[in-house]
Design a protein around this ligand. Structure first.
Ligand code: NAD
Ligand code: DAU
Length: 351
């Protein structure tokens, strides 16, 4: 079968990547979607059970730092477009092991850029789309919004590695004329997020009556976006974005951590049939994250005005849907945290 496009999505077994793969496989049967993922602790093929038998879906277990293997995937599928999400994504892990972030986020991105440059004899109909984060812009005071023109000021090893990868992608645009687009997005929430991140961790802890470790005074602000809205934005930017441009993506939905946690606690009390106030008793203020960015907030007006995208899911509906999903998907939670499931899949692909 000949496909209209052969799109390599890296990190497709992760949180955002799995939503994007699902959207692209289902919406575009004429595109072949090749999911390239190393299946680290954060990547789980269980996130994609509903698409794995589709004729326009393929999976390759490859580490993006391995140049020969990446190059071989480009050749095998004659890849013409890349949507690059594979990354080490957790700020706390970057504080304890920065080198893993340099390897995957910086070196892995350059390996992919080189593979694309080598495979693409010309750039006609080609695109390298880099999915990045608002954390590259650093931290905001009580007012103001990150714009695409905001200077980079990364403060954690994670954001420094993502900033570096953004710069490499832009360098390939300027130096080699490679067609690229970038997007920088705020905090995503929804199903299939690994339970090290705030919301799935706290939902799981509340369910099991475990402490909720709030860093510092909890007065840190994040802008929360429903993950399927992010996937929809990537679809729009992939098809309509202008080469060389960057688009900020956000939910226009700012919450301090502590207010968000209070809201989540109330929702969880309702969902679990507990007396109102029960879950809040689990809140424990703990030592702050080093270099903790005070506030992120996105100005997504360029994306709205130029390409017509806006967020569709609001709070509290999105947060209620999220809480219900984790409560209803007990097997998923157990599988991704047990290690046994991951060992099973890794063994399959190692053989
Ligand atoms: P995630 O940690 O859930 O998933 C990352 C995926 O990348 C996993 O499937 C993992 O197996 C894979 N991976 C990691 N190292 C790899 C390697 N060396 N080779 C191949 N695959 C590898 O991450 P996420 O939250 O879905 O984030 C996806 C992308 O979006 C990242 O680039 C992240 O920086 C960016 N982003 C995330 C958010 C957010 O709120 N989660 C917001 C903005 C941008
Ligand atoms: O802004 C986009 C970024 O959002 C993405 O680039 C990252 O990949 C993603 O992980 C996310 O980063 P954060 O550091 O904002 O997400 P996290 O869920 O780790 O933390 C959200 C906030 O909650 C942050 O202020 C730290 C705080 N926190 C987090 C955890 C895990 C706590 O107070 N306690 C916790 O246990």
């Amino acid at each position: 079968m000949t496909f209209q496009k052969n799109i390599l999505i890296t990190g497709g077994a992760g949180f955002i990547g799995s939503h994007l793969v699902r959207l692209m496989v289902n919406k575009y049967p004429d595109y072949r979607i090749i999911n390239l993922d190393a299946l680290t602790y954060a990547g789980n093929l269980e996130n994609l059970k509903d698409v794995e038998t589709k004729p326009n879906y393929a999976f390759e277990r490859v580490d993006i730092t391995k140049s020969d293997e990446v190059q071989a995937v480009f050749a095998k599928y004659d890849v013409d477009s890349v949507i690059h999400l594979a990354a080490e994504s957790h700020v706390d892990r970057s504080i304890t092991n920065p080198m893993a972030f340099v390897e995957t986020n910086v070196i892995g991105t350059v390996v992919l850029l080189n593979a694309a440059k080598n495979h693409w004899k010309d750039f006609d109909g080609k695109l390298f789309y880099h999915v990045s984060t608002d954390e590259v812009y650093g931290t905001l005071g009580p007012t103001g919004l990150f714009k695409e023109t905001t200077s980079y000021d990364p403060r954690s090893p994670y954001s420094a590695s993502k900033a570096s990868s953004d710069h490499f992608v832009r360098a390939y645009f300027h130096t080699y004329d490679m067609p690229v687009v970038l997007s920088n997005c705020s905090n995503n929430y929804g199903p299939y997020q690994f339970p090290e991140k705030l919301l799935p961790l706290f939902i799981n802890n509340i369910k099991h009556n475990k402490a909720l470790p709030v860093y510092g005074d909890g007065k840190y602000t994040r802008d929360w976006l429903w993950v399927e809205d992010h996937a929809a934005a990537i679809d729009v930017i992939f098809h309509k974005g202008i080469s060389g441009e960057t688009y900020n993506i956000g939910g226009n939905n700012e919450w301090t951590n502590i207010d968000l946690i209070y809201l989540l606690c109330d929702i969880m009390d309702d969902e679990l049939g507990r007396e109102k106030g029960t879950s809040k008793e689990l809140i424990t203020f703990v030592k702050d994250r080093p270099g903790h960015d005070k506030r992120y907030a996105i100005d997504a007006s360029k994306l709205k005005n130029e390409l017509g995208w806006g967020p569709s899911v609001k709070f509290p509906e999105g947060l209620i849907k999220t809480a219900r999903w984790y409560l209803n998907n007990v097997d998923w939670m157990e599988n991704v945290t047990s290690g046994a499931y991951q060992a099973y899949y890794k063994k399959q692909y190692d053989e």
